[in-house]
Design a protein around this ligand. Structure first.
Ligand SMILES: [Zn+2]
Ligand SMILES: [Zn+2]
Length: 149
């Protein structure tokens, strides 16, 4: 049942927009399914989208686990678009979640699959440079994402 990191590399990179005001929230989204609730569809990202979202209210936990969460809202329109995992609980950490601690609610965002440089193929996570929000695709830095295998 262990999901290897390699499977993430085959996922499409999606652009995430606020569904309320259509502002761009992040360009490194990944479709994710909550372990606890597979009915809920989410999009996650590894880079804090700090110029497009802001925290609202304070930390809380859900009933399913002890992760500390905090809602995030679109900076432009103020609607809640997802949450940030402030402090993951142990089970979640151990289940290795590819380092994505920013979640967008599929109800609150519209997403678009990104294309690679050719403009024909879908851009996959395996094609992305490590934690680089600029567009230089030529940095071939050694992978740092071997969290837990
Ligand atoms: Zn918005
Ligand atoms: Zn948890």
């Amino acid at each position: 049942m262990s999901t290897s990191n390699a499977s993430f590399k085959n996922k499409c990179v999606t652009q995430v927009n606020c569904v309320f005001c259509d502002s761009l929230l992040c360009t490194r989204g990944m479709k994710a399914v909550l372990l606890a609730d597979t009915e809920v569809e989410l999009f996650s990202t590894d880079i804090p989208p700090n110029r497009t979202v802001d925290f609202v209210a304070s930390c809380y936990s859900t009933e399913s686990c002890k992760c500390k969460l905090r809602d995030i809202a679109c900076l432009k329109c103020g609607n809640i678009v997802g949450y940030h995992v402030v402090a993951p609980c142990k089970p979640c950490l151990l289940s290795c979640n590819n380092g994505h601690f920013w979640m967008f609610n599929s109800d609150a965002v519209s997403t678009l699959n990104r294309l690679d440089a050719t403009g024909v193929n879908l851009l996959l996570w395996g094609d992305l440079p490590e934690l680089d929000d600029s567009e230089n695709e030529d940095s071939e830095s050694p992978s740092e994402e071997d969290c837990i295998r």
